[in-house]
Design a protein around this ligand. Structure first.
Ligand code: URA
Length: 436
């Protein structure tokens, strides 16, 4: 086999066999096929796409490029949730303890913030002492003891994705549905989940900007996941506006505690419960969404989910007493508020603009090596549809220096719109696609 023939076949719109995909991907991982040929192939895939069979082959080849997590000896069911990335999206922190409290094991391998989107691991690591870099033994221990554990991808898991993703990043080939599908699913299959629930975000704050694009990705994830033997549900959810009232690492931990104590914002709870319900159904722990919901509400009511969140925080090295003491006052010293120019309604809050403002504040990163800070970010007093008086606060930004604050304020002001008419409420759950 020659790499050039495989590139040519894809360039001309042909369907590649498993052997051809394996030859190219393994050759690249082992250093035998040069980057320029793989780059050409990625661009050919970008333009010509892949059939469902090819996407499945690519996912499987990538999955087997490294190690997989061994959960044998632990009683399942194992179910995970994956979000395609949003702003103010702290749902994993809330739903993992809820779902674990209902008897489902959640082996959660999450990511860090990049670009305008936040990352679960950065949020958790804003808890003093918390580590999301677990050995496989500690990951297993957490799942056994608390029903869930939170870790990052290690060097050994799906090495093909790390290499291919870096190459996609510099060859303008990230936004390809089959490449995204294989990238996400190979990692999710490596962590040992039997069923997966996807939160595919749609809107300006999401990777997929329109509901149609989000649906194409959701269908591809569902179809490929099913072909890999997983039970899969995808929800397409709105990401035009940030979720909840906080954007920023520790600020989102505080909001997680609010949600687990029954005082969280309605939008966060709506999407969290919708995803949690699907996880219970996919796990076979509830026969339908309604009974799943009442189980989720019961573990919130009894505070069992909160107790599990705190148990996980402590098990992964977090200082729970300090976290609770910092709650409400862990704020960087420089702050300023976006205010209303006149008495009006907040008509929109652009999630992308707010996400980029949070990167300037130091809550997120533009490149993987950037540091992130726990005590910076944005806290909303109003969301779209709320009435605000002239000079009234819409949100407050917290920064570690004046320059960061000034740049972020500029973006945040542009992200908030006002008008005299109350806007229609945002519909958070747009569509469900499932293959159980
Ligand atoms: N997230 C991933 O893990 N992979 C992609 O290709 C895109 C988003």
């Amino acid at each position: 086999m020659r790499a050039v023939d495989i590139v040519m076949k894809k360039r001309d719109g042909g369907e590649l066999s498993r052997e051809e995909i394996e030859f190219l991907v393994s050759g690249y991982v082992s250093g035998n096929i040069p980057e320029y040929q793989v780059s050409s192939w990625l661009m050919a895939v970008f333009f010509k796409g892949m059939t469902a069979r090819e996407t499945g082959f690519l996912t499987d080849v990538m999955l087997h490029s490294g190690k997989t997590i061994d959960l044998s000896g632990i009683q399942g069911p194992f179910v995970d949730k994956h979000s395609t990335g949003g702003v103010g999206d702290k749902l994993s922190l809330i739903l993992a303890p809820i779902v674990a409290s209902c008897g489902v094991r959640v082996p959660m391998m999450s990511g860090r913030s990049l670009g305008h989107t936040g990352g679960t691991l950065d949020k958790l690591e804003s808890i003093p002492g918390y580590t999301a870099r677990l050995t496989e033994a500690r990951f297993r221990e957490g799942i056994l003891a608390d029903g869930f554990a939170m870790t990052g991808q290690t060097e050994e898991i799906v090495p093909a994705d790390r290499l291919l993703y870096s190459l996609r990043d510099v060859t303008a080939t990230v936004e390809s549905v089959p490449l995204i599908t294989a990238s996400i699913l190979s990692k999710k299959c490596a962590e040992g989940a039997e069923a997966l629930v996807f939160d595919v975000k749609s809107g300006p704050g999401a990777f997929m900007k329109t509901p149609e694009d989000a649906e194409r990705l959701a269908r591809s994830l569902v179809d490929t996941g099913r072909a890999m033997g997983k039970r899969i549900i995808a929800l397409i959810t709105d990401m035009t506006e940030p979720l909840g009232l906080t954007v920023g690492n520790f600020f989102e931990v505080e909001e997680t505690l609010d949600c687990l104590e029954g005082t969280g914002p309605a939008d966060v709870m709506e999407v969290t419960l919708a995803l949690s319900e699907r996880m219970l159904v996919a796990a076979g722990k509830a026969k339908d969404a309604e009974s799943a919901r009442s189980r989720c509400l019961a573990v919130l009511e009894s505070k069992e989910a909160r107790t599990r969140f705190l148990a996980n925080a402590a098990r992964q090295g977090g200082d729970v007493d300090r976290m609770l003491a910092l709650r409400g006052n862990y704020r960087a010293p420089f702050h300023a508020a976006v205010t209303a120019p006149s008495s009006s309604f907040v008509t929109a809050i652009n999630a992308y603009g707010i996400g980029m403002a949070s990167v300037l504040l130091g809550a997120g990163r533009s490149k993987t090596s950037d540091p992130v800070f726990p005590d910076v970010g944005i806290i909303f007093a109003k969301k779209s549809g709320d009435r605000v008086e002239a000079g009234g606060e819409v949100c407050t930004l917290y920064a570690r220096d004046e320059a960061a604050l000034a740049g972020a304020m500029d973006l945040a002001r542009k992200a908030v719109s006002f008008g005299s008419e109350k806007p229609d409420p945002i519909k958070h759950i747009l569509k469900e696609i499932s293959a159980l």
